[in-house]
Design a protein around this ligand. Sequence first.
Ligand code: HEM
Length: 327
Amino acid sequence: MYTLSTLSAAYARRLDGCDAGQCKSVLKKFGLAAVSVIILGKQLTAVELEEYLRLFHQHFTGLKATRKWNIPGTTYFQGTQAKKELERRLRLRVRKCRRANNDDDSESVLFRLAKSDLPEDDIVDNLLMLWAAGFEPVRITLAWILAFLGTHPEVKQLVQQEVEALATRFCADKWDSSSSDAIWEAVRSMKYTECVLYETLRMRPPATHVSFGINPRLSSYRVGEAVVPAGWRIICGWTGTFNDPRVFEAAESFRPERFEHDPSPLGFTPFGGGIRRCPGRFFVKYEILLFLFVLFQHHRPHIQATTTPTMDKPNVSPRDLLITLGP
Ligand code: HEM
């Protein structure tokens, strides 16, 4: 928690003077740096961070390539090379951890998996999946939260008040002498800001759907009135539900208070559902709340924004955002 809070404070400071593009870059780096602490048990250096961002970018671009030609020079080829490099680096870390007897990084996911009986390939696979999935949605969510706070000064005011009250209650020194436990208690008590997070995930979910692969050998089956033919893939999208006034009253308005009462578990699924539900959902909640806590504890941010999504990429990031940090 302490490493994450110093990391959050450092990146929150970097938002000063940022427009939408710069904000995207700062938040992306924060997302990757934070998830790396949890997964690798290590704070990446600035050089490592740039390098990993480049490798992930190539890996993701390769996944999206329409032509899967594994020929040098193609986007797909570069993507597979980048993935191999990421796996190679993880493998080295896993081996090192398996050989070593110290438990300095015992909190990290890598340490726990390395000390388990799982085969090395499975460990590397799992680590890469968690690592890759763990920073892009964080960047998107944080950027939209800031944008909504910019367009809803009354909500921003309530967040500021909540953070100031909790900081006074739990953290003796605003800058860095608060203990991990105190910060943890404060972040766990951010009830209103948590509603802001959920309302943002409702209006701008980073993931808009999940798709279920269906075994082509299964026979057709019925879901309510509908018959699903054998071999069909089902895509379950939730932006319709999130914007449905029968599920969320005045669905077009940004109203964090609606989450003061538990949302319907079937009506609100930004992290998916069932056995594939996002394993990062608890971590991400505290990661984002912690970031907002340090941002509002240390500053009185002024945020200029619009919250209209671009039509070609509806949920990717707000296009107008300008942040200045007060004292
Ligand atoms: C706001 C942030 C996030 C959102 C909205 C989000 C959302 C989702 C969604 C919708 C899925 C698909 C679930 C399904 O198929 O039912 C998913 C899967 C996944 N998420 Fe997240 N996620 C977030 C952050 C994270 C973080 C921080 C991590 C890692 C630390 C993470 C790790 C994963 C992994 C590994 C999967 C694949 C699970 C599987 O296929 O079994 N996510 N996430």
